[in-house]
Design a protein around this ligand. Structure first.
Ligand code: ADP
Length: 472
């Protein structure tokens, strides 16, 4: 059986009513206890006063019996004494006097050790007929004979007052709890209604409607904060979806072009008979497109694995000059064909820590661009500097440069400054974005300085690793 209410407002009300009930019961019990003990103390102090009064009224009759003075009715306070239970015992327990109100019953039985000696002894007791009494005793000496005076008040009125109070509470408490529960439920309902509205609106948000936002009536309160955080998440989600959509459409677009080339070369080849040489050329240009496709797919894979966080870096200490030599070495033939010259200079001790494969990829992509976009006969400069806990690698060319308005966007995926140049240079606009990702994944940064027709200067900054000091 499910006892937990389904709705939060019902659960809140239940909690609220339970806590209120516990507090009211606690307050009620506390009040009753306080009242009871206060009244009992009051009774005790009345009893003490009355014992003091009655002490002066005792006398021994000529026959030796203990008696109360006849004129005690003239004493206004002593008049009350007859309304109390009064008993006087000898220290041995013999009853010397018992007033009429006791109707022959014993008040508290035989004396106990030290009862009423040197002060007043207070206790609660029951008469044989069941009446609950509060009893005060005191030893008094009359004509040299010790008397144990016991005076008691009935506690029954006190208990009946408590019973009345309990009965009243049994009616009032459920009434108060009912009203509080009703009001609490209304309040909880009202306070939670914006959440219901949010849930309704959130339910309407689908991948096609990621531009929808939750209502935010008061951005200062908790619900406003919730809406703000949720809207913030939605905005990020929308951006991520948009990026993904753009990436997918750009990727398919980029893949379509080489495929269309392969297809058209193939179709042309099938339409007419050619010489062996012509077929070789066709197969050659098809393979060129296949190579392009392969490198494009490799790049796409790297990007999507980087996005999903599935790339595990294998860090190692890398001498940066070695890496730069390795990366630039790949373009020796290409540079020779373009009569370009490479100047590689810098600090041989510069070291960084990182995944050699991805660091190399970053260097290769930037150097490749420098070679690709620099005109024939130009010089490409690669400089490695070490210092201030950082290693700086600069790759400078004297090509056409990148216009100022494109400089921040060249690191975006599929972004090419001159779209028409694509076929001849062979890039899909992914090289720099991969380089940026690789550098940033190693705690570094990459910047670009370029003036039109002055060439580009790419600067990679990475945290340095200190070379080991030679031993001895
Ligand atoms: P791609 O593979 O097209 O070269 P990149 O991401 O490497 O893609 O570069 C993006 C764009 O930035 C290139 O298409 C090119 O227009 C421009 N670019 C990059 N490097 C250079 C450079 N050294 N000189 C001139 N333009 C460059």
């Amino acid at each position: 059986m499910r006892l937990r209410p389904r709705h939060l407002r019902a659960r809140l009300t239940l909690w609220y009513v339970s806590v209120l009930a516990a507090l009211l019961i606690f307050a009620w019990v506390g009040t009753c206890a306080l009242l009871f003990f206060q009244m009992r103390n009051q009774i005790d102090s009345f009893s003490i006063q009355e014992i003091e009064t009655v002490e002066g009224l005792f006398f021994f009759a000529p026959d030796g019996r203990l008696q109360l003075r006849e004129d005690y009715h003239n004493h206004p306070q002593s008049k009350e004494v007859i309304d109390r239970f009064l008993e006087v015992l000898s220290p041995g327990g013999a009853v010397l006097l018992r007033n009429a109100k006791l109707r022959g019953q014993s008040l508290g039985g035989g004396p106990f050790r030290g009862e009423g000696v040197g002060g007043y002894s207070e206790r609660s007791d029951r008469l044989p007929d069941g009446t609950r009494v509060r009893l005060v005793s005191r030893v008094h000496s009359l004509d040299g004979r010790p008397l144990l005076i016991r005076l008691a008040h009935s506690q029954e009125p006190l208990f009946s007052r408590l019973r009345e109070l309990s009965a009243a509470s049994l009616v009032v408490l459920p009434l108060v709890l009912g009203i509080a529960g009703f009001a609490g439920y209304g309040l909880a309902r009202r306070a939670l209604s914006p959440i219901e509205e949010m849930a309704r609106r959130a339910q309407e948000i689908t991948p096609d409607r990621l531009d929808a936002r939750l209502p935010n009536e008061n951005s200062e309160d908790e619900l406003g904060q919730l809406a703000r955080v949720f809207n913030h998440t939605l905005a990020r989600l929308e951006k991520a979806f948009e990026q993904l959509r753009r990436f997918t459409s750009d990727a398919s677009h980029e893949l379509r072009t080489p495929l269309a080339m392969i297809r058209s070369v193939g179709e042309v080849g099938l339409q007419r008979d050619g010489t062996r040489e012509e077929y070789r050329d066709m197969v050659g240009s098809m393979l060129e497109e296949v190579n392009r496709l392969t490198s494009l797919i490799d790049n796409l894979l790297t990007i999507s694995r980087a996005d999903s966080g599935h790339i595990h870096l294998h860090p190692a200490v890398i001498p940066v000059m070695d890496l730069a030599r390795e990366a630039t070495g790949l373009f020796e033939i290409l540079m020779e064909e373009k009569s370009q010259r490479l100047v590689l200079e810098g600090d041989e001790r510069a070291q960084v820590e990182g995944d050699r494969l991805f660091m190399r990829q970053a260097f290769v992509n930037i150097v490749h661009n420098a070679v690709k976009y620099s005109p024939v006969g130009e010089t490409i400069l690669v400089r490695v500097r070490n210092g201030d806990n950082r290693v700086i690698v600069e790759i400078q060319d004297h090509g056409p440069g990148i216009p100022f308005e494109d400089q921040t966007r060249v690191f975006d995926r599929f972004y090419r400054v001159d779209k028409a140049r694509w076929r001849e240079s062979g890039g899909a606009g992914l090289g720099l974005s991969i380089a940026k990702w690789a550098v940033e994944a190693h705690g570094g940064a990459i910047t670009l300085n370029s003036e039109p027709n002055e060439g580009c200067l790419f600067r990679i900054t990475l945290p340095a690793v200190r070379p080991l000091e030679p031993v001895g």
